[in-house]
Design a protein around this ligand. Structure first.
Ligand SMILES: Cc1cc2nc3c(=O)[nH]c(=O)nc-3n(C[C@H](O)[C@H](O)[C@H](O)COP(=O)(O)O)c2cc1C
Length: 180
């Protein structure tokens, strides 16, 4: 798929088929993820892939976001983790979150290119995920995502107009390139 077709096709998927996904697809997605940019190329991210059906189902039951069924049906779940000491802090901004955001977006776009669904999940009990997956205390769990074949085809969610978001030559809208 052409890049902008992938961008336009990607959706957050919250219903999955229980059909298997070839491991090579997952490997390509992870390869894309670790080609994301990161603070000083420190690559603070760690990818915890969950394919064990019992563990995955337990994760779904205990997290419930987007739903327990997502994790049961989708053959893979990904916990995107980071070691913050492998990234940077500037002006009070902790860039391990930005590193992980970039990696997760590569995951989502690569999955979309494969025809697979994902959902960037940020709301969960980090303690629960850490305990279930035996993740060390100093490693942050930044995001979760099921990965599997979509069992829904949601419409694109609305976006604010670019004209309301884009400024040019400073914080001003005059001559902004996108007309409403
Ligand atoms: C940082 C972040 C956290 C998110 N957390 C959740 C979440 O906890 N649960 C969920 O169902 N979706 C979550 N989402 C997905 C957003 O709801 C979704 O991206 C947004 O509604 C736009 O829809 P789209 O991805 O289909 O374009 C999250 C997305 C981001 C980027």
């Amino acid at each position: 798929m052409e890049f902008y077709d992938v961008v336009n096709a990607r959706r957050s998927i919250r219903r999955y088929k229980a059909a298997p996904v070839e491991r090579e697809r997952i490997d390509r997605i992870l390869d894309a993820a670790h080609k994301a940019p990161s603070w000083n190329n420190r690559q603070c991210w760690r990818f915890v892939l969950v394919s064990d059906p019992d563990l995955k189902a337990m994760l779904g039951r205990q997290i419930g976001n987007p739903s327990a069924e997502c994790y049961e049906n989708a053959p893979y779940a990904l916990a995107l983790c980071a070691d913050p000491t492998d990234s940077g802090v500037a002006g009070g901004k902790e860039y391990y979150l930005a590193d992980c955001g970039a990696a997760m977006e590569h995951v989502q776009l690569a999955a979309a290119a494969e025809g697979l669904g994902t959902c960037f999940v940020g709301s969960f009990s980090e303690y629960t995920v850490r305990t279930l997956l035996n993740i060390p205390k100093d490693v942050r769990v930044v995001a979760l995502s099921p990965i599997g074949w979509p069992d829904e085809a949601p419409e694109a969610r609305p976006r604010a107009s670019l004209g309301s978001l884009v400024f040019e030559n400073g914080w001003r809208r005059e001559h902004a390139p996108f007309e409403e």
